[in-house]
Write a protein that binds this ligand. Structure first.
Ligand SMILES: Cc1cc2nc3c(=O)[nH]c(=O)nc-3n(C[C@H](O)[C@H](O)[C@H](O)COP(=O)(O)OP(=O)(O)OC[C@H]3O[C@@H](n4cnc5c(N)ncnc54)[C@H](O)[C@@H]3O)c2cc1C
Length: 404
């Protein structure tokens, strides 16, 4: 059987290899001049390709959820084992993140490319931008911008989302699917920097600190992350923002409150005691040095200003209890609101996609057009930050390739 796969990214390539293992003749259509362009820049060029904690709970959808069985049948171990067969050894890092031992995304890309090139039953058509798909007489006619037409028996859409469009996934997959009767949910950029109103963060630009960031919907706690937070001229960035930014896709941003605990290693009482103790012990210091050694210097200046200390011409011993209480509050419960993200061109992942209600959410075959399948980021499923997204692309590609 001839299997066509639109998109030679992470999920399309895995799907091609597994479909070829089954004996199918596979044709990979790729609009760019090279396959796997996005994978090359993952993990800042180191490729965090799976996570040893990956499970159903790490994945989210805007509408209907995927079938949990997929995460019982496939795990990070399948991903690691597959890559080992291609010569990729691995290293597990902090938070369960898995990298190639070379710490080079190019190793993963080369291993996949050489494998594909070694398989006689996979043909790769580069610079082939699929612009029309028609199903007639039980076969798919796949046509590119130059009107070149290829006929296949089964077709897989592995066209990715719309983030970092210059790397290939420009959203054309949604349009092609749309013309075949499929629709997509709302889509949102995730694993992305966030924009914060100046009134919350003015003066904090450049401050970088390990914090505990907790997100609340009104009074309801949603999720927290302990990691580095960076204040930028437009808002906030850093690992904890990438880890929690997905909440802006699932909830209305207006009702989210972002609570920063700048000194999570101390309880509120411990911090209060410490600040009173510092007042006694460091009473001889000018006030601007009161927080020296406790927080970043720029941040200390911001904090003192934000609790109402305008003039710095007094000694630590003269600090009022009221100011100390305000400092405790600022350090333990600094709250800001987010009004936007920095958009798809900066987002690692697209949340939302082809509606899972229109796809058998186990086989990933279209309920509208038999013989049409979807894998990877094009679907309405995305994962946590930390190797979970590539993990999904790989296991969904494997699953469809094995079963098509
Ligand atoms: C900067 C960055 C860093 C990241 N780091 C990580 C990380 O460390 N770990 C992790 O798990 N995830 C990471 N991700 C996310 C991960 O890379 C993606 O989720 C994953 O690559 C998506 O794979 P995919 O196969 O679904 O789509 P893609 O990799 O986007 O591939 C889709 C392919 O389809 C092709 N295509 C689209 N439309 C057509 C068409 N009409 N005709 C022909 N071809 C078409 C595109 O050119 C593209 O090659 C990162 C993403 C970015 C942007």
């Amino acid at each position: 059987m001839r299997v066509g796969i639109v998109g030679a990214g992470a999920s399309g390539v895995l799907c091609a290899i597994y479909a070829a293992y089954k004996g199918h003749d596979v044709i990979l259509f790729e609009r760019k001049d090279r396959m796997l362009k996005k994978v090359l820049i993952t993990g800042n060029g180191t490729c965090n390709f799976t996570n040893i904690n990956a499970g159903y709970g790490n994945y989210f959808s805007i509408e209907e959820k995927i079938d949990e069985r997929l995460f019982k049948e496939y795990s990070y171990q399948d991903v690691i084992s597959f890559f080992k067969t291609l010569g990729i050894e691995y290293k597990v890092e902090k938070f369960g993140k898995v990298y190639p031992l070379s710490y080079q995304a190019s190793s993963i890309v080369d291993a996949l490319r050489f494998k594909v090139e070694s398989m006689r039953n996979i043909e790769v058509k580069l610079n082939f931008e699929v612009s029309k798909i028609r199903k007639k007489n039980n076969v798919f006619n796949v046509t590119n911008l130059d009107n070149e037409n290829v006929v296949v028996d089964r077709l897989v859409m592995a066209t990715g989302g719309i983030s970092y469009p210059e790397l290939g996934s420009n959203g054309s997959g949604y349009e092609l699917a749309n013309k075949m009767g499929h629709s997509k949910t709302e889509i949102y950029p995730v694993l992305v920097q966030l924009k914060v109103d100046k009134k919350y963060a003015k003066g904090l630009e450049g401050v970088k600190q390990k914090v505990k960031l907790s997100v609340y919907k009104g009074d309801e706690f949603l999720r927290s992350d302990e990691n580095e937070l960076l204040f930028t001229p437009y808002g906030v960035s850093g690992p904890c923002i990438f880890n929690l930014s997905y909440l802006t896709a699932i909830y209305n941003m207006d009702i989210l409150y972002w609570h920063v605990d700048f000194l999570s290693m101390y309880s509120e009482d411990e911090l209060r005691d410490m600040l009173y103790f510092r007042k006694k012990q460091l009473g001889y210091l000018e006030i601007e040095y009161y927080l020296n050694g406790l927080v970043n210097k720029k941040f200390a200046g911001y904090l003192l200003k934000s609790v109402g200390i305008e003039k710095l011409n007094f000694k630590v011993s003269e600090l009022s209890d009221d100011i100390i209480e305000k400092l405790v509050e600022k350090l333990k419960k600094f709250v800001f609101k987010v009004y936007d993200t920095t958009g798809f061109s900066n987002a690692q992942v697209t949340a939302g996609g082809i509606r899972l209600s229109e796809v058998d959410n186990y086989s990933l075959e279209s309920k509208i057009i038999p013989g049409l399948y979807f894998t990877g980021e094009v679907l309405d499923i995305f994962g946590d930050c930390g190797g979970y997204n590539l993990n999904w692309c790989f296991i969904s590609g494997m699953h469809v390739g094995k079963n098509i």
